[in-house]
Ligand binder design. Structure first.
Ligand code: BES
Ligand code: ZN
Ligand code: ZN
Length: 507
């Protein structure tokens, strides 16, 4: 798909669908009258008969061969002008793509000026149209057998048209940036929607290497032998039940920017989580193919930061395993010595994410990072708490937490903080070892993060994102079909783009 920007012309080549935004209660269609008087008449009649009022999400369309811009024109209600928010615009763009899709309209043209309202500046509008058009039009189809007469996916182009041509130099770079971000999100969705029988740890490592070659990133994959040599026993213990090899994928960008600081991104890469010997119930277990979401958010972000040429040294670390029950799986009660020397009693083999993340977090010390951010589909509890709309965030540095929360507000990938008070650490102490990998059954998202905290290098600002709820959706949404959402890529990119000494507390 292509999203482009052009000047509004009176008699252009015709699109398949022309889209106009309309605020509630604004009957004056002056701009539309200028563009297409015939349509303006129909729209005015519809408004005066209350067939269309401009309520948020409402649509009205009219088809006449004689219309100038396209034979079909679609009005999208934007609600009250004063209430118009980034989220309202995102939804309106989703509505536009759904309408184009339902009509098999390949060529969509949008009167961008009609969406200018509230506090949203032109750049924000162009950015959102670009980003959400790509996200909403995305489908995962490699395993769908196409029939000969299936129409091609629609739309295949979205053209924003405006009378404000003087804004082109401002808006074009914003759109180019948004396209890069959106494509990274789609790349993440593509990898994440792949099932566990395809996207196993070696394949994930291969994808990371391929991306690294394309984007000129450094990429190193530590395999079974190296992990054994290094004593990465958290990663090894979880993968014991799998017949495929584990991996620690390390991607590196911007070594020349070390003086600006190093940020380590760590992502949970469980390519499938059966639960291991503490096996999960079969209902809904297929969703555990998304247990690699954190890993993929990190990998896709590494490609994106290279595209955006961010002036930072960024290291992406992905411990990749399959939590299965074949081979010689770990048993509840096993005690393992982790990479940083601490011992852990494995009370429940389904709490595997924290075991592999622990080793990767400790390993970050090699890079002397200014900050570590991890993303993981870590706890069902987080999914229960926040649903699929909000990501749990916990961390040791309030400035870093705030920076990510702000990035969340800006991108729509919103986060909400939970505490990491010492008292929550009591229940993960073990009788026969230093730690155990589950708490007392309460506050599961917090105790999981308390466990991770034990493995974060000393004095290193760290933030943990529990994306168990936000990584995938079980129903179609305006900007995402059922499946992987690509959550985390926009959040990481925004936080890293705004990186400064203000992003973390002074050491
Ligand atoms: N991958 C799951 C967490 C999860 C659940 C992600 C639902 C997405 C949706 C994780 O490995 C897990 O199984 N956690 C257990 C921990 C428990 C055994 C302490 C959980 O949340 O039940
Ligand atoms: Zn699990
Ligand atoms: Zn898991």
């Amino acid at each position: 798909m292509k999203v482009s920007l052009a000047g509004l012309t009176k008699s252009p080549s015709k699109a398949d669908l022309f889209v106009v935004g309309c605020f509630k209660g604004e009957k004056d269609l002056k701009a539309i009258k200028k563009i297409d008087p015939a349509f303006a008449k129909v729209a005015e009649a519809a408004i005066s008969k209350k067939r269309f009022e401009g309520k948020a999400g409402e649509t009205f369309s009219s088809y006449q061969a004689g219309y100038r811009q396209a034979s079909e024109i679609l009005l999208i209600g934007l609600g009250e002008r004063k209430d118009f928010k980034p989220e309202s615009l995102r939804k309106a763009v989703g509505t536009m793509i759904a309408a184009a899709n339902a009509r098999k309209a390949l060529k969509v043209r949008v009167f961008a000026d009609s969406f200018v309202g509230g506090d949203l500046p032109a750049g924000e509008i162009a950015k959102t149209f670009t980003e959400i058009s790509f996200l909403a039009a995305y489908r995962f189809t490699p395993y769908k057998t196409r029939k000969k007469d299936d129409p091609p996916p629609a739309p295949d182009s979205v053209e924003l048209v405006t009378e404000a041509k003087e804004l082109f130099p401002l808006v074009r770079p914003v759109m180019a940036h948004a396209e890069k971000v959106a494509k990274a999100v789609l790349f993440a969705r593509d990898l994440n929607n792949e099932p566990g029988n395809v996207m196993n740890p070696p394949r994930l490592a291969q994808e990371a290497k391929k991306l690294a070659a394309e984007k000129k990133l450094k990429c190193r994959v530590l395999g079974l032998a190296e992990l054994k040599k290094m004593g990465m026993n958290g990663i090894l213990a979880v993968n014991r039940g799998s017949v495929t090899s584990p991996a620690l994928i390390i991607m590196e960008y911007g070594q020349g920017y070390k003086s600006n600081g190093t940020v380590c991104l760590v992502g949970k890469g469980v390519t499938f989580d059966t639960g291991g010997i503490s096996i999960k119930p079969s209902k809904g277990m297929e969703e555990m193919k998304y247990d690699k979401s954190g890993a993929i958010a990190v990998i896709a972000t590494m490609g994106l930061v290279a595209d955006l040429k961010l002036p930072l040294h960024i290291v992406g670390l992905v411990p990749a395993v399959e939590n299965n029950v074949a081979n010689d799986p770990q048993r509840p009660g096993d005690i393992i010595r982790m990479y940083n020397g601490k011992t852990v009693e494995v009370m429940n083999t389904d709490a595997e994410g924290r075991l592999i993340l622990a080793d990767a977090l400790s390993f970050c010390a090699e890079y002397k990072p200014a900050a570590i951010i991890d993303a993981a589909t870590l706890t069902g509890m987080c999914h229960h708490t926040f649903g699929d709309k909000t990501c749990g965030i916990l961390g040791t540095d309030q400035k870093l937490v705030d920076a990510l929360m702000e990035a969340g507000q800006k991108t729509g990938e919103r986060c909400w903080q939970l505490p990491l008070w010492d008292e929550y650490g009591e229940c993960i102490k073990s009788h026969h070892s230093d730690l155990k990998n589950v708490g007392d059954g309460y506050a599961g998202t917090i105790t999981a993060a308390m466990f991770l905290k034990e493995f974060v290098p000393a004095k290193t600002p760290w933030v943990h994102l529990d994306i168990a709820g936000t990584a995938y959706c079980s129903q179609n949404r305006f900007d995402c079909q059922k499946g992987a959402t690509g959550f985390g890529v926009r959040l990481f990119a925004e936080a890293l783009s705004n990186w400064s000494s203000e992003s973390i507390s002074a050491a």
